[in-house]
Design a protein around this ligand. Structure first.
Ligand code: NDP
Ligand code: MG
Length: 396
């Protein structure tokens, strides 16, 4: 058919649901081939009934069993486990894979899509932070089309010259690009009294002022580790150096990032803080489709402000930039440490400021190996998780 066949990894999550919303508005162009999630059977069952994929995959085997029972009178085939996700992401009938699993769990299915040369819509920044060079080498080797969905990277992509969209090997400088200006809102604690930060609650930390997102990325936005991961993500996606990227605080989240050119021009991408815009861009590129997003109404925008990030308030941002300078093993390590510390914070086991304490301690205690295979990356990740587990238990 002329329709594009789509696999959504992380279908039940915030990005997954937004992707399904955009696809439902554009049914003449897209059909759902497979949906994959972790363990939320109830949500997956509803999505299957509504969207009628050919396949549904749950990471958790018990969840897959339940789903299979619930869908036994349908034609939907239910599978379980990471390998099934990899197989479907690489299936010859598939054109596009939305990578929206949260965390390191997204790495293998995303790489499978890359190795099959698919159009890969990358929301799962953690997989790129973990695997950096290897990931980008595979994109080139297998001729995959990689489109950034993270709103900042999607904005940067839109603001770059076509030559760099097609080929980042050219280098920013040769195409007249001076700097990438990575914007961030500063999260819910931008102006909060620093002395009170150790006592903030989970509820306060996940209450982002502008964006509605999953729990993990919401905490990352409060610590600005999210901007740190995005810094590393930008380095790989756009083939640039640490000094080519500058973080700019913009609390209104209407400019989603900017590109500064040699001649002094700055091109910004603006829009509502609604992930359906970058998702629609990625799905339809180079076309434009309806995303169900209202246009910005400039008559109601009172303030448009900018400032420098305060590294005392956001030590995780400094840590991530330092890791980015250090290299692949360091970024893989802080990503794993951060997944562990954020999970511990969300489970009320540690305080908000302990997230940084653990992340920096894990980085200091880790042996940084050279990572030239997926296995080496997984081992570096496992080492960091083991050290983090130890640090977390010492705090309890
Ligand atoms: P959510 O927590 O809302 O969703 C996570 C999704 O991943 C769920 O579908 C979950 O399934 C699934 N999942 C978890 N573990 C596994 C596993 N082992 N195997 C398969 N599926 C799994 O997260 P978000 O949608 O907010 O974020 C997803 C990714 O997109 C993250 O990497 C995040 O950084 C990135 N991103 C998100 C943005 C946003 O606005 N939300 C913006 C930019 C990037 P289940 O429901 O069954 O647990
Ligand atoms: Mg982002």
């Amino acid at each position: 058919s002329m329709k594009s066949n789509v696999v959504i990894l992380g279908a039940t999550g915030s990005i997954g649901l937004s992707t399904l919303d955009v696809i439902q508005r554009n049914q003449a162009r897209y059909s759902i081939f497979a949906l994959a999630a972790g363990s939320n059977v109830e949500s997956m069952q509803k999505l299957c009934v509504t969207h009628q994929p050919k396949y549904a995959v749950m990471h958790c085997e018990a969840a897959a069993k339940q789903l299979k029972e619930a869908l036994k009178h349908t034609h939907i085939e239910v599978l379980s486990g990471t390998q099934a996700m990899c197989d479907l992401a690489a299936h010859s009938d598939v054109d596009t894979v939305m990578s929206a699993i949260v965390g390191a769990a997204g790495l293998l299915p995303t790489l499978a899509a890359v190795e099959a040369g698919k159009k890969v819509l990358l929301a799962n920044k953690e997989s790129l932070v973990m695997s950096g060079q290897l990931f980008m080498d595979k994109v080139a080797k297998y001729g995959a089309t990689l489109l950034p969905i993270d709103s900042e990277h999607n904005a940067i992509y839109q603001c770059l010259p076509h030559t760099l969209q097609q080929n980042t090997d050219l280098g920013l400088d040769s195409q007249g690009v001076n700097k990438i200006l990575l914007t961030g809102s500063g999260g819910p604690f931008l102006t909060r009294d620093l002395k009170t930060l150790p006592h903030v609650t989970v509820k306060e930390a996940v209450a982002h002022p502008n964006w509605s997102m999953g729990q993990k990325i919401s905490v990352d936005s409060a610590t600005m580790m999210n901007k740190g991961l995005e810094f590393i993500e930008a380095k790989w996606l756009f083939n640039c150096a640490v000094d080519d990227i500058e973080v700019v605080i913009h609390p209104q989240s209407m400019i989603h990032s900017m590109v500064q050119y040699k001649d002094g021009s700055v091109i910004a991408q603006m829009g509502q803080p609604d992930m359906r815009t970058p998702i629609a861009y990625g799905l339809a590129y180079p076309d434009r489709i309806n995303a169900g997003v209202a246009p910005l109404d400039f008559s109601t925008i009172a303030n448009f402000t900018f400032s420098k990030p305060d590294f005392t308030r956001y030590p995780n941002l400094a840590l991530a930039i330092e890791a980015c300078r250090s290299g692949q093993a360091a970024t893989t390590t802080i990503n794993a440490a951060n997944e562990m510390s954020v999970a511990a914070f969300l489970a009320n086991k540690i305080g908000f400021c302990d997230i940084y304490r653990i992340n920096s301690e894990v980085l200091a205690k880790s042996t940084l190996n050279s990572l030239n295979s997926v296995q080496a990356i997984m081992e570096q990740d496992a080492q960091a998780r083991a050290i983090a587990r130890q640090c977390i238990s010492e705090l309890n």
